[in-house]
Every structure is written in C-alpha cells, then in structure tokens.
Design a protein around this ligand. Structure first.
Ligand code: ADP
Ligand code: MG
Ligand code: MG
Length: 890
C-alpha cells in the first residue's frame, strides 16, 4: 500500500519532493524539537493520484487522511467538530518550489455554528471566537468556494458604518454575530447552498481546492516562467491552529535571521500584537520592528532569538521564519531559505565561513552567479525617489544618464567628443553598431529581450531598455513623446536597464565596485576552479576593465570594430572600392599604423597575458553605406542634377555595393574566405600585430599573441592563412630584429571544422569555439531572424528547453565541441581550447565547458566575476557528483 499521508514526526527536510518545501521543513523542525503545532502532510504523490482519478481524492488517500486526523485529535486532545473542545486546523498548500500562484492558506477550518460557541466558552472570549468564525467564512468562501472577497468586505464596511465605527477592533461579539448572519446570506446567494457546516466536508473541500490550484492559470504561468515541471504536484499541510489574536499577550510575525538586503548578521523582521496569520503582510495595521518585541515580551523574544540561531545553524543558511505567540507561548509555523539581494548573498556566504558555519566550498555554492549582474553595473542611488515617464523591458542592467540622440552616426560623433549619449531608436540593426559602442545606453520602442539591441548591449555590459512601446519616436522632428511629455534631441534622460524605467534629467548614481567580501569570495573561487577565465575585449578600456575584474587574458579581440571608427571608415571604403592591387595596397598602408596602435593599446593593457586576436571576420558590405539609402540618393541626383560628378561617384559606389550584396551574408563571403580572396587584408593585420609587439618589446613590455583565423571549414583554408601569418611574422622579425612569442589557431564555428578537427589541428596551435556562430550553423538558424520570429514560440511550447544562443545546446552544439576537442587533441595533445561568445559568461554553459575539458572560457569583461564563480561551482559540483557516485554522502 502506498503511503500518501505523513505525520510531521515522520518526515524530514530531505523529503521536499514528496512533502513540498513547507511540509518537509515543518517535519524537520518537529524532529529537532522546536515548538511546531502538530499536524500532517498529504504528499505530492497524492496530488498526482488525484489527477489520475479524474480530479477526485482517491479513497486510499481519504482513509489515510482520516487516520492521521484521529492521530492529531488524540495528540491535541481536541476533536474536529466537537462543540465542547473543537480542533481547528489550517490547510496550507506547499510544492517543492515555493509558488506564489498556489492556493492561499485557509485558517480556522473546523468552525461552524456549534464549535464557535464552544470556542467562546473555552476561551472565555466570545468576541475572539466570532471574529475567528467570520474570518474563516470569508477565507473559505474566497479560496475554496470561489466567491469574490469583495462582497464580504463591502458588507463588513456597511455594518461598520451603520454602527458608527471606523476600525474592526471596535466591533463587539454581538456585532460579529450579526455580520455572520449576513455573510451566510451572501454565500447562499452565490452558490445556492448553505455554508458547509460539517468540518470533515470543509476539510475535503479545502484539500480538493489545493490540488486544483496546482493547475490554475496563475500557477501554470508561474511554472512556465520559472521552468518548473508541470508533473510535480503540490502537497497539502494540515496543521492544528494556534492563535495570535487572543489578546495582548499574543501576536504573530515574520523574521529573517539576517538582513536580506545588506546581509548584516542581525535579526530583521516585524510582528503584530493580537493578530492572526496574514495580518502582518496585509498591511491593515502597521507592524512593529522585531527588536521592540524585546521590551514587550522579553522571554518570548529571547526564545525566538535562540530559535532563529538554532535554525540558522541547523540549515546552515539564512532563514525566513513565521511565528505566532499564543498567550505568551512561542510557536514556529514555517522556516525556509530566505531570499536575498546579491550583495546580501555574498556578505552572508563570506561571514558564515568566518563564523565557522560553512566551509569555503559551501560558501561558493551559495551565491547564484546570475544574481551578480546586479552588482557589476552602475546603478541609481537607492535613496533617490524615482519618477519614471515610461517603462520598457529591462533588457540589460545598469543605469545611465545622457543626451537623447536618434542617429547612430551622431551618437558616435558626440561620443568621440566625450559626451554621454543615449541612443533612442525604434530598433537597432548591425549598421548601428558604432552608435551603440559610443552610447552610454540604448533604448528601443520595438523588439524584445533578445532583439539586436538587447543582445549587443548585454554583450557590452551596457544598459538597455527594449520594446518601450509608449515611446512615440519622430525621427524627422528629432523628438519622442510619451503621453503629453515631449523629449527633444539633446535633452538629458536617465534610464535604469535593470527595471526598464526611463526618467527625465540626471539622477545620482553609484559606481559598480567589487566589495571587499566579493573580492574575497572570488579569490576563493580562483583557488577552486580549474577552468581559465578570459574576456572578450576590442579596445584598451575593455581590456583594463577585464584585468580589473580578474580576467587572465583576452579570448577574443575582434578587429572589425576598429575598422568602424568614423575617422577610418573612408579609408576602409577606399580599400574595398579599390579596382587594382596598387590602390588596395595604398589604402591598406594607411590602415596599418592605425591597427598597430590599436593592438599596442590592448597588448600593453594585458601586460603579457595571452591575447587572441581574430583577423577580419564580417562581410565587406558591413563597412559600406546602406544600399537602399544610396539608391534613393542616386535617383534624386538623376532627376535634379543628372550631369554632376557627384552622381557618377554615387553610381559607382552603388555598383560596388550591389556587387558586395549577398542573399545570405551569414553564409557568404566573410571570415577566412575574405583572407583567401584578398590576402593583403590579412597580411596587413598580421603585420600590424607583429609591429605592435615589437614596439612594445622595445619598451620592455611582453606580449603573448594568439592570432586567430575565423570561419575555417576546411584545413586547406587554415593552411593558406597560416602561411600568410608566418610569412608576415618573418618579415617583421627581419625588419625589426625582434622575436615574438605567438601562436596561430582557429575559431571552430562551422560543423565541418568540428568533425574534421583532427585535420584542422595539424595547422592550429589552439581552437576557440565560436559558440554563437556554431549555434547558428548547427541549427541552421540565423540568430536575428530566429530570435525575432520563432524562437520565443519554440521555447514557450517547449520545443527547445532554452534559447540556444543564451544557454549552450549540449546535445547538438555541445556534441560538436566534444568531438572537436577529442579529435583535435588526438592530433595535438597540447592543443589549447576555449570558447568565446556569450555562452562563456553563462553558468550552465561554463559547467559544460569544464566537463568537456576546455582550458578556458571567455566572456564580456562585466561577466568575468560571474564566470570565475561559475567555474568554481562547476569544479565543486563535479567533485560532489563523483563522491555521490562513490556512495559518500555530501
Ligand atoms: P504563505 O505561504 O502564503 O505564507 P502559509 O501557509 O505560511 O501561507 O500561511 C499563511 C499565514 O497563516 C502565515 O502567517 C502563517 O504563519 C499562518 N498560519 C498557517 N498555519 C497556521 C496555524 N496552524 N496556526 C496559526 N497560524 C497559521
Ligand atoms: Mg508562509
Ligand atoms: Mg563567427
């Protein structure tokens, strides 16, 4: 016979799946001897059985329930429905994960017209008894019978007004009795039946309602949002009541064992005298801060302090505790791990090590890497009173103040002048990249959390708000409107990318910093982790930030951003437009010193740490003017000024742009295919890198170069490109007399490269898995199109578990990475391997990289601390799994 019902003294905290979080903790607290009112838990398996039987409580469950009930009656010496000495219970839902969408708790179940009299006599407090009864009717009707609470509240209001009272405490026992008569009429009117008087019937109805609430709309949406499986089911806790509303020696409250926003090791919470359950959160009366309980009930306070210390020691974590005091006696009604800010999480973890509650490994596991984002961005001073004008999607955290600009070119110009700008657009495209780089923050009126603007901004650690539909942008008039507010070009606004709020004017900010505790935690992480952590950085500022946050090198330095600079783009275009080799060479000669100085800056910032520099990757059309705009200009000139030299020039430009135009640029002429057809571009870049290294070497600064060839699919491509680089190296060496330390490797981002990695490794000293493009090429998705059009639906319908561009797809892309690493190392055991791309800063992808034996991950500088922590967690997790497999308890 399957066991469905567990008395509190039959369970413990490891039984969360079966008893739900609340039930397992009630059992655990009972086990360690805390004053928990007696009760029992109906398991989540009973919930599953309930649905299997077509939404009826199976007879087996019912039988066990009645047995547990009679056990509870024996223990308490009370009986459900006994008019002389009635047992009253609460019915509380509780699943494995705490779920706000579930049924609210019903208190005082077991009350009816008879037991209320018994209660009045027993407590010698008729007012209390009738107040409890009316609360029960109200709650039961609302939660179980589905009658809107509004009807009861409205009626209560009427009675109060009739009597000339302004608050509930003025109501007498007789007043409550009168109210109950009215309440019953409301019930009859709505369900065409009387309020159920039989306590057993009440109990079964309540249990039924809890099971049903597992599948209410709120719960389903919450589960979908938080990726909680639908099959888990909820448990039901039946617990004998204790009363905080029996007078001034009673009360109820909630407390955290430490401050959940700062982490300070000091009890934090509030309570209400003479109140029941939810009164504290309901906000009807203002609760008192917990420390004043010391004066009001010194003994209870002392006992509570001891209990909360005990619970913290026992669970080895900060607890969130519910308690009730009945006639001076303390009862604990719930404990759970307390939710906390990132700042508090770090402080608590570190201090618990110092207090000897946790060891370092356990402390490292306590902080969620995802949460750290909050701390790694500038943010608005908490003491500031915000007044938002609009709210969009919080696409990338951080706060920024700047002038409103509607155009990427202008953003860049102003940015180069050192001005702070916020780029506001309907949406952004890769053409706006230079504006995004120059801006402090991005705001769009269209697009979601995975739109171009959002993805790029997150990658750069830049604040971004997307899909703010309230903004009516008028690019011509250079302004946007929100309702009646008009914001003009160059007006100052402030945005908070963590909340999606847009505000007028400048607002005081706090700079991100790694607190002493945070740094300490990260040094512990460094001691544990085996995986290297590098950053993606394209300029010296990012490189400095990366070093500050603890990066051990640069895993990806993209060179195209250097080409996008407004002062260089004419030379870049000259190079592209060149008709002859000489013309192209001349343009490249102009670009070489510019590139050299870029590389000097970065290499100097990295002080001898390895730097992976990727040669030019995007298709050349990205550096050219927009085809459609050009077409409009040409057409205009043909009409207005058909013989002008300007028209000729534009027509030629248009011809070239058309030539470069591709149907599917993602799969087109880009990556090493550029170097294959225009080797002089890669030669120029390689030389610029070597010249930079030799200049620095003269200054006594070391550099460790890793030159990376993108988008290789066939070993012959790499062979050819490698030859170019080696020859350029020899040439510069001869010219400068300087010897440099460098490697040549490739990005693995085409499936063919991964499955022929044994061949590719013949020509490579390192592999860097470009997981963004590898995901695109493996799935055959173009990221922008996928995220804009169908990916969201795929995730919602559970076709895919996650967005594969955010969380690495282990089964597909991951298998290619594994294959690549294994085959590559077969040819070259010392082959260095890593990943670059957004996945390098995401915890589950980092875990995968560790398990696959990569040497390092590389991510945006702002995510380096996240990656350091996640890499440590991957190691610890792995150790624990091994121990578990070996049968050791951890
Ligand atoms: P929630 O998950 O919304 O906190 P709970 O089941 O914890 O719901 O209960 C709501 C309120 O009722 C809490 O304040 C809790 O302490 C109180 N409560 C629950 N069961 C009892 C009981 N047996 N006696 C007294 N108060 C109770
Ligand atoms: Mg609770
Ligand atoms: Mg790529």
């Amino acid at each position: 016979m399957q066991k469905f019902v567990y008395l509190f003294n039959e369970g413990n905290s490891s039984m969360k799946e079966l008893l739900g979080g609340k039930g397992a903790n009630l059992a655990e607290m009972t086990k360690i001897g805390l004053p928990v009112p007696d009760g029992f838990t109906i398991s989540t398996e009973a919930c599953t059985a309930y649905y299997e039987e077509g939404k009826t409580i199976p007879s087996e469950v019912k039988a066990q329930l009645l047995e547990a009930l009679s056990n509870l009656e024996d223990k308490t010496g009370k009986k459900l429905g006994d008019p002389k000495n009635p047992l009253l219970v609460s019915v509380r839902s509780g699943s494995v994960f705490s779920m706000p969408g579930m049924m609210d708790t019903v208190l005082n179940l077991g009350m009816n017209d008879e037991t209320v009299k018994g209660m009045a006599e027993l407590t010698n407090n008729a007012r209390f008894a009738y107040d409890s009864y009316r609360r029960f009717i109200q709650m039961f009707c609302n939660v179980v019978l589905d009658i809107d609470g509004f009807y009861f509240e409205q009626y209560l209001e009427e009675i109060r007004e009739d009597k000339g009272y302004s608050t509930d405490p003025e109501m007498t026992a007789e007043d409550w009795q009168e109210l109950i008569v009215g309440y019953k009429k409301i019930v009859r009117k709505h369900i065409k039946q009387d309020f159920p008087q039989d306590p057993k019937e009440q109990l079964l109805l309540a249990i039924d309602a809890v099971f049903n609430s597992w599948n209410n709309q709120r719960a389903i949406i919450y589960r979908r949002l938080n990726k909680i499986p639908d099959h888990l089911g909820t448990a039901v806790n039946i617990q004998s009541m204790v009363f905080g509303n029996t007078g001034n020696d009673s009360g109820t409250g909630v407390a955290f064992t430490r401050n959940p926003s700062t982490g300070e090791a000091k009890l934090y919470g509030e309570y209400l005298i003479n109140a029941q359950g939810e009164d504290v959160v309901a906000g009807i009366r203002t609760p008192q801060p917990i420390h004043t309980l010391k004066n009001e009930m010194p003994e209870v306070y002392q006992q509570f302090v001891e209990t909360s210390n005990l619970l913290e020691q026992h669970y080895q974590d900060m607890q969130d505790i519910e308690f009730t005091v009945e006639h001076g006696k303390l009862f604990i009604l719930q404990t759970r791990t307390g939710k906390r800010t990132a700042q508090a999480a770090i402080r608590i973890a570190v201090e618990m090590v110092k207090e000897g509650i946790l060891d370092k490994k356990a402390a490292l596991m306590r902080v969620d890497p995802d949460q750290l984002n909050q701390l790694l961005h500038r943010r608005i001073d908490d003491s500031y009173q915000r007044k938002q004008i609009a709210k969009g999607l919080p696409a990338s955290p951080g706060a920024a103040t700047g002038m409103v600009v509607f155009d990427a070119d202008e953003a860049e110009d102003l940015g180069n002048e050192g001005k702070n700008v916020i780029l506001v657009r309907a949406e952004t495209t890769p053409d706006d990249i230079h504006g995004i780089i120059a801006a402090q923050a991005i705001v769009t009126s269209r697009g979601g959390m995975t739109s171009h603007a959002a993805v790029v901004a997150r990658g750069m650690g830049k604040a971004c708000i997307c899909g703010c539909e309230a903004l009516k942008i008028d690019v011509k008039a250079k302004q946007f409107r929100v309702g009646d507010t008009v914001v003009n070009h160059h007006d100052i606004i402030t945005i908070d990318g963590a909340t999606g709020e847009i505000m007028l004017g400048e607002i005081p900010m706090i700079e991100p910093e790694l607190s002493a505790e945070f740094q300490l935690l990260l040094t512990w992480a460094d001691e544990e982790r085996k995986l290297g952590v590098r950053a993606n950085a394209d300029n010296p500022e990012d490189a400095h930030k990366a070093v500050e946050f603890g990066a051990e090198g640069i895993g990806l330095c993209r060179t195209e951003h250097m080409f996008m600079d407004s002062k260089r783009i004419p030379t870049v275009q000259e190079m592209i437009l060149a008709e002859t080799y000489e013309e192209r060479k001349a343009a490249l000669d102009k670009l070489l010193p510019m590139q050299q100085s870029d590389f000097e800056g970065i290499l100097e910032a990295m002080e001898g740490h390895p730097v992976t520099i990727r040669l030019l990757d995007p298709p050349l059309h990205e550096f050219m003017p927009d085809k459609e705009e050009l077409l409009v200009e040409v057409t205009k000139l043909q009409i207005l000024d058909p013989n002008s030299a300007q028209l000729k020039e534009k027509e030629q430009l248009l011809r070239k742009v058309r030539q470069l135009d591709e149907f599917n640029p993602m799969l087109g002429h880009r990556g090493c295919r550029l170097g294959m057809i225009h080797p002089e571009i890669y030669i120029m870049q390689a030389k610029a890198i070597f010249y930079a290294a030799s200049t620095l070497s003269e200054k006594g600064i070391k550099s460790k170069l890793e030159i990376m060839i993108p988008l290789v699919g066939h070993v012959n491509e790499l062979k050819a490109m490698r030859k170019l680089v080696v020859e350029a190296g020899l040439e510069v060496k001869e010219e400068t007399g300087c010897d440099f330390d460098y490697m040549v490797g490739t990005m693995i981002e085409i499936p063919r490269a991964a499955i022929t990695a044994d061949q590719i490794a013949e020509e490579a000293e390192f592999f860097s898995f470009g997981t963004n493009d590898l995901t695109q090429t493996t799935f055959g998705y173009s990221r922008d199109d996928a995220e804009g059009k169908f990916l969201q639906a795929y995730i919602e319908n559970k076709v895919l578990p996650d967005n594969p561009f955010a969380v690495l797809d282990r089964d597909g892309v991951g298998k290619l990475i594994e294959t690549g690493v294994t085959l590559g190392r077969k040819t070259k055991p010392e082959l260095k391997t890593g990943i670059c791309g957004e996945h390098g800063g995401e915890k589950s992808s980092i875990q995968f990289c560790y398990e696959t034996g990569l040497d390092y991950v590389s991510c945006s500088p702002y995510r380096v601390p996240v990656a350091r922590l996640a890499a440590a967690q991957a190691t610890i997790q792995h150790e624990q799994n091994n121990k578990r497999q070996a049968g050791v308890t951890v």
